[in-house]
Write a protein that binds this ligand. Structure first.
Ligand SMILES: Nc1ncnc2c1ncn2[C@@H]1O[C@H](COP(=O)(O)OP(=O)(O)OP(=O)(O)O)[C@@H](O)[C@H]1O
Ligand SMILES: [Mg+2]
Length: 322
């Protein structure tokens, strides 16, 4: 990565308390447990992994929806994780989170017009007449007809709700957008048009994306690099083609083996993913993947492997990788 990163995540952690039936704290879920990575300006970094591995927690922690339990975030050269509420709000428009559930991100009592006008009132100095023009532009940019301005969220399809959610975010001139499962719940043809729109907006607004998805074929199509998460950690990170062609971590190999076919040939048929991930509040000793890993050896129960570079742009957290 030659250019200075737009975002630098340094050992991010986010712990949620676990309480028993009496409300007494009995432990913690380490939803994020020492996650570090960098994103270059204009890049799309994919985040993949099974349900519950911490993808949304990561996205929300980056934009300040979740406070961090530890670590630091440097965004456009500024350490933002220790800012006061007011200072952080000044950064917020440039760093946006696009909700996993688009219906949830829109107020059911507000028309599309009101949903789009609200961020302009809060974050810009635009006059009412200027806001009307800007709202029309935004709607056009996300490919919705002007007639939709007076509709409510329940009158929109899932794909249209997503477009309105995107327009709301674009209203703020973001630099980096976290897209959380941006195609979930959409049928294939709508998925294709929404993905095309992401590509166009990335160009038009010089956006950087963090692209969270469990759909590996979509990730392969959209992302420049991919980070694979397992139980709150990044276990492998590499350029997309490298990751799909030559995955090094047994977990990534298993994930890819779970998609039978990519581009007409099998990516790998070495591993299949067995069983459920362990309870995140009771992690195994050593490597957290060892209980499901077909290659685990005795040392894997002793040592918790750090993410280490195998090549300059490819890192994996496995004692046996490389
Ligand atoms: N507000 C919360 N309070 C307590 N635990 C939480 C909270 N939010 C998330 N968690 C826990 O943190 C872990 C990671 O959750 P997260 O939503 O980040 O997963 P995810 O990778 O986005 O999953 P999915 O693919 O299903 O969206 C899970 O074990 C979850 O139960
Ligand atoms: Mg999620």
């Amino acid at each position: 990565m030659r250019e200075a990163p737009i975002l630098k995540a340094d050992r991010l952690s986010r712990h949620f308390p676990v309480r028993n039936a009496f409300g007494i704290r009995t432990g913690a879920v380490r939803a994020l447990d020492g996650v570090s990575f960098e994103v270059a300006p204009g890049e799309t970094l994919g985040i993949v992994g099974e349900s519950g591995c911490g993808k949304s927690t990561l996205g929300k922690a980056l934009v300040g929806i979740h406070p961090l339990s530890g670590g630091a975030i440097v965004f456009e050269g500024e350490e933002i994780s220790r800012l006061s509420g007011r200072e952080r709000r000044a950064v917020a428009p440039r760093l946006q989170y696009c909700h996993q559930d688009p219906g949830n991100s829109l107020d059911p009592r507000w028309t599309v017009r009101r949903s789009l006008e609200e961020p302009l009132i809060v974050h810009t100095e635009l006059e009412a007449a200027e806001r009307v023009i800007r709202i029309r532009d935004l709607l056009r940019q996300v490919g919705l007809p002007q007639t939709h301005l007076d509709l409510y969220p329940h009158e929109l399809s899932g794909g249209q709700q997503r477009r309105v959610g995107l327009a709301r975010i674009l209203a703020l001139h973001p630099r980096l957008v976290v897209l959380d499962e941006p195609t979930s719940g959409l049928d294939m043809s709508v998925q294709a048009t929404v993905l095309k729109l992401f590509g166009e907006l990335r160009q038009a607004f010089a956006l950087t994306y963090l692209f969270i998805s469990h759909d590996l074929s979509v990730v392969r199509m959209m992302c420049d690099r991919v980070a694979v998460m397992y139980l709150g950690r990044i276990v492998e990170i590499a350029p997309t083609e490298t990751l799909f062609r030559a995955p090094q971590h047994p977990y990534t190999q298993s994930l890819l083996a779970a998609i039978p076919d990519i581009g007409g040939r099998r990516v790998t048929d070495t591993f299949t993913l067995e069983g459920e991930p362990p309870d995140p509040a009771r992690l195994p000793s050593g490597c957290r993947f060892r209980t499901r890993c077909p290659r685990a050896v005795a040392a894997c129960a002793e040592t918790d492997p750090a993410l280490r570079p195998l090549r300059p742009d490819h890192a994996a957290a496995c004692l046996l990788a490389g």
